[in-house]
Design a protein around this ligand. Structure first.
Ligand code: HEM
Ligand code: HEM
Length: 184
């Protein structure tokens, strides 16, 4: 992925808005993914959590793909000179890895559900075909990718948020690149 930079003070409002919508949805969907599988949940609660997780995950995928395309077309604001080159490199690597892992999570979840023969209610309602063959072996493979990829994803989110908070405390302007989500 080519990631150029420019000297503007912020990401465009659209990018800031997408960043925070995706961040909130991802942080909410992970505990839902775990809780919905717990024994002893009432059936209607469990069904609701599955519906929220599967359909929310598809929306996350669409927003992340949009964000990646938009990001390739509109380069990031440049980091201040107080940020050492190695930190800038690590930050970019973590950001690219975050995008990649979100796509892996959402696609593996989708394949797991479709190959397993289960519905994705929102897409079924608009008549979208499954796109994935029905196969227990494929469903199992996608399930194990989905279950494993959450560990690097959580690790990178923690690193990313810790770095963002460090910039917030240092008041070096980097946090302002992405905040507030709306406005000029
Ligand atoms: C699941 C949660 C999150 C994900 C997946 C995520 C992902 C990303 C990505 C991919 C970028 C790079 C934007 C780009 O250049 O395309 C970014 C930028 C940024 N994020 Fe997050 N983020 C999350 C949560 C947060 C949180 C909670 C904070 C603050 C506490 C935060 C603060 C920032 C800041 C300050 C930047 C701008 C960095 C810069 O200008 O280089 N992010 N985020
Ligand atoms: C970025 C988006 C997503 C994230 C961060 C995410 C995260 C998670 C997490 C943390 C779990 C618990 C893992 C476990 O206990 O093994 C989980 C389970 C699950 N997720 Fe997702 N998920 C996402 C998207 C999706 C999508 C799009 C679907 C389906 C359309 C989906 C379907 C499932 C299912 C069915 C489970 C239960 C475990 C299984 O039977 O495979 N997820 N998800």
């Amino acid at each position: 992925m080519v990631m150029a930079s420019r000297t503007d003070l912020k990401y465009p409002a659209s990018s800031r808005f997408l960043h925070w919508v995706v961040a909130v949805m991802v942080i909410a969907t992970m505990p839902v993914g775990v809780i919905m599988q717990q024994q002893g949940l009432a059936r209607p609660t469990q069904d609701l959590l599955f519906i929220l997780h599967k359909n929310g995950g598809v929306i996350i995928l669409l927003l992340v793909v949009l964000r990646i395309l938009w990001r390739l077309a509109t380069p990031a604001p440049a980091l201040p000179s107080s940020v050492p080159a190695w930190q800038a490199k690590v930050a970019k690597t973590v950001q690219v890895a975050l995008y990649t892992l979100l796509v892996i999570m959402a696609v593996s979840g989708y394949v797991r559900v479709r190959a397993g023969g289960f519905p994705v209610e929102m897409l079924d309602a608009i008549g979208m075909p499954a796109l994935v063959p029905r196969s227990e072996a494929l469903a199992e493979q996608a399930k194990s990718i989905h279950a494993t990829a959450r560990f690097p994803l959580v690790t990178l989110i923690v690193l990313h948020v810790a770095a963002a908070l460090k910039h917030l405390v240092a008041r070096d302007g980097v946090f302002g690149h992405i905040w507030p989500p709306l406005g000029r």
